[in-house]
Design a protein around this ligand. Structure first.
Ligand code: HEM
Length: 227
């Protein structure tokens, strides 16, 4: 092996690492998140429709498949993101511009999304299945949304942060993968990113509103009666 070829080898691994965490954030994570928010809008149609769209799998492999295509990429992206989070030094005081503001908000939203997803995945996905032996029922999530203010606030802020992180992240992704040929095409994408952020926030808050409204029908005391 020539010294030139030998020198080329180590650069391949970091490139793969840096690209994998970035790629998985979009395919499948971002696509799955958009679909998941869309499914949650079925809360407007009531308990049966919501449970059919959000918590029911057509076959036993569906659940394992979801785990593999969502949780594993999420873990890889999270480690990739945490490494970047700890390696950045904010310079917003010296360069107080819009791009730099978005850069820091992307990182702040990442921390918020990390805490939100930790709580959400445990309380709405793992705990009901592993501890209670069934998927999250509509009555539980809508009751919590209506009668437990911290739950409502965490969902409102968590989904706001996720919408920002995803929409702005897609712009960052397109920049780092060279999809924008020029600064001009990047600036043209700006309204699309803002539109996507507003749309995802509206969809998420719409689903939360539907759950909140439905939760009024359930007594707050019922939660403590369920074994
Ligand atoms: C719903 C889950 C998530 C989705 C859909 C998502 C999506 C994205 C996307 C599309 C990007 C842009 C990728 C790129 O610039 O190439 C990104 C960047 C980033 N993500 Fe996430 N993400 C999620 C969760 C997280 C979590 C839990 C963390 C961990 C703290 C995190 C940390 C980061 C960081 C630090 C960046 C910026 C990287 C950079 O620009 O150098 N993300 N995310």
């Amino acid at each position: 092996m020539s010294s030139q070829a030998a020198a080329a080898v180590p650069t391949k691994t970091p490139l793969l690492k840096s690209r994998l965490g970035s790629f998985l954030a979009v395919v499948p994570l971002s696509i799955w998140v958009i679909n998941h928010i869309w499914d949650n809008l079925s809360a407007f149609k009531g308990a049966a429709a919501w449970e059919a769209s959000v918590t029911t799998y057509s076959n036993p492999f569906g659940q394992a498949f979801t785990f593999v295509i969502v949780i594993l990429p999420l873990l890889i992206h999270t480690f990739w993101g945490l490494a970047r989070l700890f390696s950045f030094k904010p310079n917003n005081a010296s360069y107080n511009n819009y791009g730099n503001l978005k850069y820091i908000v992307q990182r702040i939203s990442a921390v918020g999304v990390l805490f939100f997803l930790g709580a959400h995945i445990w309380l709405a996905f793992l705990h009901p299945r592993l501890v209670e032996g069934h998927a999250e029922p509509f009555s539980d999530i809508s009751r919590e949304m209506h009668h437990h203010l911290p739950t409502l606030l965490v969902y409102l802020l968590g989904t706001l942060g996720t919408a920002y992180h995803l929409a702005n992240g897609l712009q960052g992704f397109a920049m780092s993968w060279g999809i924008f040929a020029s600064d001009r095409s990047m600036r043209r994408f700006e309204p699309v990113a803002i539109g996507l952020f507003l749309l995802l926030t509206a969809m998420s808050w719409g689903a939360i509103y539907a759950l909140y409204t439905a939760g009024a029908a359930f007594s707050p005391e019922l939660a403590s009666l369920i074994p």
